[in-house]
Write a protein that binds this ligand. Structure first.
Ligand SMILES: NC(=O)c1ccc[n+]([C@@H]2O[C@H](COP(=O)([O-])OP(=O)(O)OC[C@H]3O[C@@H](n4cnc5c(N)ncnc54)[C@H](OP(=O)(O)O)[C@@H]3O)[C@@H](O)[C@H]2O)c1
Length: 263
């Protein structure tokens, strides 16, 4: 299936590692020009070189902390300078520490919201006016299944994800009429640096080892394994494309069937 992504311009936050980088590679493999942003410049350059070598599409990068004031505007300005338009935004930046509720301090919640929730809000607020002007845009949010089914040792991430789902739905309602479609993926546990750190936090809080914790997760996943980043990236790429035609305001679980609820 031709996804029609050739020469589309995609901003990917969190694009220098993990799920964001996997999405950038996947979008570039479909011919999209990608603009990557995250803090670590070396990691950004590494992913950019990998993409240029594999797919020979143009890549732009901007190293910045998305929690800074004005970060969304800076990213959008730099992407427009590089490519002249923005068709797609993938919100992939995010991370939240876990731990037992009684020991997790306010700052952990603040940091989690500041990065993942407000980072996405800022980037969308800056990109949407350009998408409105061209009557076309695709926003894909990488949220996470803990938003639907809170994990007791990862409540900051669970709370952020639930709030993010509200924004996902709200933006789809507000801007669908402008040709801007907003959708999300809800990954289950997917092998990345971040999930391994989160497992370590949760294991400490549970008095167990990260390996035992991972085994425990596996047993809860009907397909019996963690997800792979490329599996999330393929769904994000589909949602960023016109092949996703009539999808707007959805959150697609990519979790091997781990979420049990029917909604
Ligand atoms: N992996 C999973 O199992 C899983 C499951 C459900 C949901 N998710 C969600 O998917 C998203 C990506 O997770 P991941 O597993 O791929 O994590 P990751 O490998 O740690 O990637 C996180 C990304 O966010 C960037 N980032 C962190 N702090 C930043 C800041 N202050 N400013 C700008 N960028 C920042 C990181 O780059 P720098 O550090 O260089 O800034 C990195 O690119 C997260 O929102 C996570 O909650 C992941």
């Amino acid at each position: 299936m031709d996804l029609g992504l050739k020469d589309k311009v995609a901003i990917v936050s969190g694009g220098n590692k993990g799920l964001g980088a996997a999405c950038a590679v996947s979008l570039a493999n479909e011919g999209a020009k990608v603009f990557l942003t995250a803090r670590n410049e070396d990691d950004l350059k590494n992913v950019a070189s990998e993409i240029s070598a594999e797919s020979s599409v143009e890549v732009g990068t901007l190293a910045l902390d998305i929690t800074e004031d004005g970060a969304g505007d800076k990213i959008v300005t730099a992407a427009l300078e590089k490519f002249g338009r923005i068709d797609i935004v993938v919100n992939g930046a995010g991370a939240a520490r876990g731990g037992s509720f009684l020991t997790v301090e306010d700052q952990v919640y603040r940091d989690a919201f500041e990065l993942k929730f407000l980072g996405a809000v800022r980037l969308c607020r800056a990109a949407i006016p350009h998408m409105q002007a061209q009557k076309y845009g695709r926003i894909v949010n990488i949220i996470g299944m803990f938003g639907r089914e809170p994990a007791k040792q990862a409540l900051p991430a669970s709370a952020v994800n639930a709030a993010f789902m509200t924004i996902n739905k709200g933006l789809s309602q507000e801007y669908g009429g402008d040709g801007i479609f907003v959708n999300a993926v809800d990954p289950g546990p997917t092998r990345s640096e971040r999930i391994l750190r989160l497992f370590a936090d949760m294991a400490e809080a549970n008095g167990t080892t990260p390996e035992e914790l991972e085994n425990g997760f596996r047993q809860q996943i009907p397909i019996g394994r963690l997800g792979e980043m490329e599996e999330v990236a393929r769904i994000v790429t589909f949602l960023a494309s016109d092949a996703a035609g009539n999808l707007n305001g959805t959150v697609i679980p990519v979790d091997g069937g781990m979420v049990k609820g029917i909604f």
